[in-house]
Design a protein around this ligand. Structure first.
Ligand code: F6P
Length: 328
């Protein structure tokens, strides 16, 4: 292990996700295991600029593995986008004696980490924390599995009332500009239609599909719409379009929103977070920097952070086919 690293900072940045606390816990305890200091940085890069630090030891992270959100809070920092802001951040990091920082966040947070590391030759390590699962270099990001289960549970509840009233529900889910949550939770919840930004099949096809569902005897339907979908202007415009073209349908909209970002992390996310925290700290101790920790085929891997930032995740074509078959 590299003996240059004696004090590691840890922060959460960007949109929060379930599992971030489990990752913080793992980073802190891995530091304690290797007898190096760990400093919590509140509110992401903004907290770094402001020197908002907290000494963390193995006991500081008791009873948080099961908690959603992040005890270190998260934020997006406009100041860090400026060279001046980053210089202040570097000065504060040095003043605190930090030798490296683990950033738990999404691609925007990793862009900041990459620039900061290059500008100041400062070791940075990324842990992918976002419900969107839209980061290249890992099969799963922290919070994605929990968000899927949250969405499936919500849609199951919506289906109860939809079937009681023979209604069609449009359910909008998060994911920013990718459809992973919509597609996987849609299949898991047995949605009749799933609209994702990766494929725009048009509103007419949606009408035909809903007609077929009705003719096949379905008296209620669930249409899951990714927030980045472009089939309609938005989920409410889709509702109006269906009501105009299928007057026999009683249509409602449910936007799940930020509930998808909360909740106690699933076991999968807790275990993933624990593994990623160990990999991040021990990679830094081995002298590695500017990587993102990921998981591929159940194994922990490192992805160069510039590839994680620039790369794109593909939608699962085979799963789209499964979804189409399931709506028979
Ligand atoms: O990136 C996570 C995410 O929840 C996206 O799915 C969503 O579009 C966005 O964050 C919402 O951002 P905010 O919390 O700033 O409204």
């Amino acid at each position: 292990m590299n003996n240059k690293i004696n004090k590691i900072g840890v922060m959460t940045s960007g949109g929060d996700s379930p599992g971030m606390n489990a990752a913080i816990r793992s980073v802190v305890r891995t530091c304690a295991f290797h007898q190096i200091e760990c400093i919590g940085i509140y509110r992401g890069y903004q907290g770094l600029i402001e020197g908002d630090f907290k000494e963390m030891d193995a006991r500081s992270v008791n009873n948080i593995i099961n908690k959603g959100g992040t005890i270190l809070k998260s934020a997006r920092s406009k100041d860090f986008r400026t060279k001046e802001g980053r210089k202040t951040a570097f000065a504060k990091a040095r003043e605190k004696g930090l030798d490296a920082i683990v950033v738990i966040g999404g691609d925007g947070s990793f862009t900041g980490a990459m620039i900061f590391s290059e500008e100041f030759d400062f070791p940075m390590m990324g842990i992918p924390g976002t419900i969107d699962n839209d980061i290249y270099g890992t099969s799963y990001t922290l919070g994605y599995d929990t968000a899927l289960n949250t969405v499936v549970e919500a849609i199951d509840k919506i289906r109860d009332t939809a079937s009681s009233h023979d209604r069609l529900f449009f359910v909008e889910v998060m994911g920013r500009d990718v459809g992973h949550i919509a597609l996987n939770a849609g299949v898991g919840a047995g949605a009749e239609e799933i609209l994702i930004p990766e494929e725009d099949l048009g509103k007419e096809r949606l009408i035909e599909s809903l007609k077929r569902s009705r003719l096949s005897g379905k008296s209620s339907s669930i249409v899951v719409v990714a927030e980045g979908d472009k089939t309609g202007d938005n989920v409410f415009e889709l509702k109006d379009y269906v009501e105009a073209n299928l007057p026999e349908y009683d249509v409602r909209v449910s936007v799940l929103g930020h509930m998808q970002r909360g909740g106690s992390p699933s076991c999968f996310d807790r275990v993933l977070a624990s593994r990623m925290g160990v990999k991040a700290v021990e990679s830094l101790l081995e002298g590695k920097t500017n990587y993102m920790v990921g998981i591929r085929d159940t194994q922990m891997v490192l992805c160069p952070i510039d590839q994680a930032v620039k790369g794109k995740t593909d939608i699962d074509i085979e799963l789209i086919r499964v979804s189409d078959i399931m709506t028979t």
